[in-house]
Design a protein around this ligand. Structure first.
Ligand SMILES: Cc1ncc(COP(=O)(O)O)c(C=O)c1O
Length: 384
């Protein structure tokens, strides 16, 4: 019996065979809003908000990567998380990882709270705390693992058990890992969520989001919501993600290797108080991560001795760009305290460890030696 294809092969062929007219190897961009009907009847395509062949090709590819029932694509990661929340009935309660992406926190606190959703942010590394946070109306457990920016690890099998015992869905924001490193649906999650803006597209040039669903019933509900609320991915943007995702395996292998090197280098520096990276020997949750993921990824955070060092380091860097976002070919450094996580109340940021001296590094595709030299020269200046 021929063995199943490896995901590296599936990913390269996403969108293939989509051009019956000319056999183009690169999938066509169906840049149309509407479709001519065959005479008076309705055809399989009607209106691009509902369905578009370029977007569908990418959705099928993403679903295949997780052996999922279906995937829906949105105009951004936040539009995908919005659609997930729209699945919930009013008065539902949501339990979330406490150091989720700041935008997810803002969406719940500033928007969905006004529509009757309530939520609890919990340290999901501790299943007993998750159980305690559940209420009779809890319908969704939303987890990031590794989390953003502290790379904390949550045991997904334990989360699935808790969620399903309480008749709630488990959704995993898998942006940092991608389906090539972690497949949440295999571990029993109901949804994998992606900011496809990041590793999937990979080039810091397009905003996109995805929900990958475990059952066809859930996939159909998400598709209906996408059509009803309208935050769908445009055909050209779907094509950009399709083009970017083909090199994901090669990018991630290289970025992860460099991240390991940089994390080890930073951990040996006296001017660095702490390094957060699931690939480091001493990292908390390393074993749990190894059970559920096939690699540590290419995101790391580190804490400098003093907050005053942060602007000096950022100013001194010459290869690594100070910018938000992550997962692209360019290495980017971010200050979570004032950027990605500024939505959290200040005392919460301190309690979580998102302190003013913390920096998050998204390791790109530059030569590893250049990146290490850049960090070294910038850190050396702090002592002067
Ligand atoms: C983990 C995570 N989830 C979701 C998002 C939101 O995605 P987008 O910026 O595509 O809306 C981000 C953005 O940084 C993120 O880091």
């Amino acid at each position: 019996m021929p063995h199943a294809r490896h995901p590296e092969s599936t990913i390269v062929h996403i969108g293939a065979g989509q051009d019956p007219a000319y056999g183009a190897v690169s999938a066509p961009i169906y840049q149309t809003v509407t479709y001519q009907h065959p005479g008076s009847g309705l055809g399989p395509f009607d209106y691009t908000r509902t369905v578009n062949p370029t977007r569908s090709g990418l959705a099928r590819g993403l679903a295949d990567l997780e052996a999922a029932a279906g995937a829906s694509l949105f105009s951004s990661g936040m539009a995908a998380i919005t659609a997930l929340c729209h699945l919930l009935d009013k008065e539902s309660h949501v339990v979330l990882t406490e150091d989720v992406y700041g935008g997810t926190y803002r969406l719940l606190v500033d928007v969905f709270q006004r529509f009757g959703l309530s939520f609890s942010f919990v340290d999901t590394r501790h299943p007993d705390r998750v159980v305690k946070a559940f209420r009779p109306n809890t319908r969704l457990l939303f987890v990031e693992t590794p989390s953003n920016p502290l790379l904390q690890i949550t045991d997904l099998v334990a989360m699935r058990e808790i969620a399903h015992q309480h008749d709630a869905w488990l959704a995993v924001d898998n942006t940092f890992m991608t389906p090539l490193r972690q497949r949440p649906l295999d571990l029993g999650a109901d949804f994998s969520i992606y900011s496809a803006t990041k590793y999937l597209a990979g080039h810091n040039d397009v905003l996109a989001g995805a929900i990958v669903a475990s059952s066809s019933e859930l996939a159909a509900r998400v598709d209906e919501l996408a059509n009803a609320t309208g935050g769908v991915l445009a055909p050209f943007d779907a094509w950009l993600v399709m083009r970017g995702i083909k090199t994901l395996a090669a990018r991630l292998d290289r970025q992860e290797k460099t991240a390991r090197q940089l994390a080890t280098f930073l951990a040996q520096r006296r001017d660095v108080v702490r390094v957060y990276y699931p690939g480091l020997e001493a990292s908390g949750g390393r074993d749990a991560h190894a059970r559920q993921a096939s690699g540590p990824g290419a995101m790391l955070s580190f804490q400098l001795q003093s907050a005053g060092h942060v602007p000096r380091l950022m100013d001194a860097l010459q290869v690594i760009l100070p910018a938000v976002s992550l997962g692209g070919v360019e290495s980017l450094i971010t200050h979570p305290f004032t950027e990605t996580h500024r939505e959290f109340p200040e005392h919460e940021r301190y309690r979580l460890g998102i302190v003013p001296g913390l920096l998050r590094l998204s390791v790109g595709l530059e030569h590893p030696g250049d990146l290490q030299d850049d960090l070294a020269q910038a850190l050396d200046r702090l002592g002067r």
